[in-house]
Write a protein that binds this ligand. Structure first.
Ligand SMILES: Nc1ncnc2c1ncn2[C@@H]1O[C@H](COP(=O)(O)OP(=O)(O)OP(=O)(O)O)[C@@H](O)[C@H]1O
Ligand SMILES: Nc1ccn([C@@H]2O[C@H](COP(=O)(O)O)[C@@H](O)[C@H]2O)c(=O)n1
Length: 253
């Protein structure tokens, strides 16, 4: 049985976003009797969260709304730097994603948060061998949770510097987080061109530009590490050039 912890929207948000590994595990334990896959996720978490020390190679995360070009640019950066490319949620739990996507927000977000901790151990290991490129990590979990739990325009978001924008203290930190942004018109063109089924959130974004604005603004407020914004409207080649320059500037390579 999921314990209720929400009174107002800010409480609901804090309840929906587990801020550290013990809170993620508690949330999964609470629903494990009803959702056997939660127990599977816990088992994987227990095995992999012991060693989270990173290696000497840089860790670069790419964030952004759907169709901003993360898949395209992360693949190109991987090839250019001979890096390891990882994404969240990690492959070992992604087969259960549709189950958790249909659950209430606190359980759904516990799944994605757990994915970030599992991914952290993969990142730590990989960063001893090569640069690591990551397609979505904690900032996505936080930004989408905040934007879902808070309604209306961006003024309703928790204030800048609020604790919800903080990186969890027990989660491996990347060296650089790049936030890809494109204009709503360009993103609509790319979504149409790609022609895949829309996620529930994507359908909501199409209907509600405020939701999209809340996600982007939440990304912009994330701290420690903050996101560095990249204008991803130009061609694939130009975006790759900008991104490689930023990585060279901020990371030892
Ligand atoms: N710089 C660019 N200029 C024009 N088209 C682009 C550019 N980057 C990516 N695209 C195209 O836009 C579409 C979406 O790109 P991509 O799949 O890389 O985005 P994404 O951020 O990974 O999306 P998602 O989060 O939904 O997986 C693809 O068809 C891709 O070829
Ligand atoms: N670390 C993450 C990763 C993803 N999410 C949720 O998944 C949706 C996007 O996934 P894509 O496969 O389309 O990139 C996103 O809308 C988030 O709800 C997450 O919460 N945390």
């Amino acid at each position: 049985m999921l314990r209720s912890c929400a009174r107002g929207p800010q409480d609901a948000l804090r309840c929906a976003l587990p801020a550290a590994l013990p809170a993620v595990c508690d949330r999964l334990r609470e629903c494990a009797a009803r959702i056997p896959e939660a127990r599977e996720v816990l088992t994987i978490l227990e095995k992999c969260t012991k060693q989270q020390c990173k290696g000497d190679f840089p860790i670069v995360v790419f964030e952004g709304l759907d169709a901003t070009g993360k898949t395209t640019v992360t693949q190109a950066v991987k090839d250019a730097l001979d890096a390891v490319l990882l994404r969240s949620p990690p492959a070992c739990i992604s087969q259960w994603r549709t189950i958790f996507d249909d659950e209430p927000t606190p359980i759904r977000r516990a799944f994605y948060a757990a994915g970030n901790y599992i991914l952290a151990s993969e990142i730590a290991k990989a960063s001893t061998q090569a640069p690591v490129i990551v397609d979505r990590y904690w900032h996505s979990t936080a930004a989408y949770t905040i934007a879902t739990e808070i309604n209306g325009n961006v003024q309703n978001l928790p204030p800048v510097q609020d604790g919800v924008y903080q990186w969890p203290e027990d989660l491996l930190k990347p060296d650089l987080v790049l936030l890809l942004t494109v204009s709503p018109e360009e993103r609509a063109r790319r979504l149409e061109h790609r022609g895949l089924d829309k996620t529930k959130e994507e359908a909501e974004m199409e209907a509600n530009s405020l939701f999209r604005q809340r996600i982007e603004e939440s990304y912009r407020r994330m701290m420690n590490p903050a996101c560095q914004e990249v204008d991803a409207n130009p061609s694939k080649e130009e975006v790759l050039k900008t991104v490689l320059q930023l990585i060279k500037k901020h990371c030892a390579l």
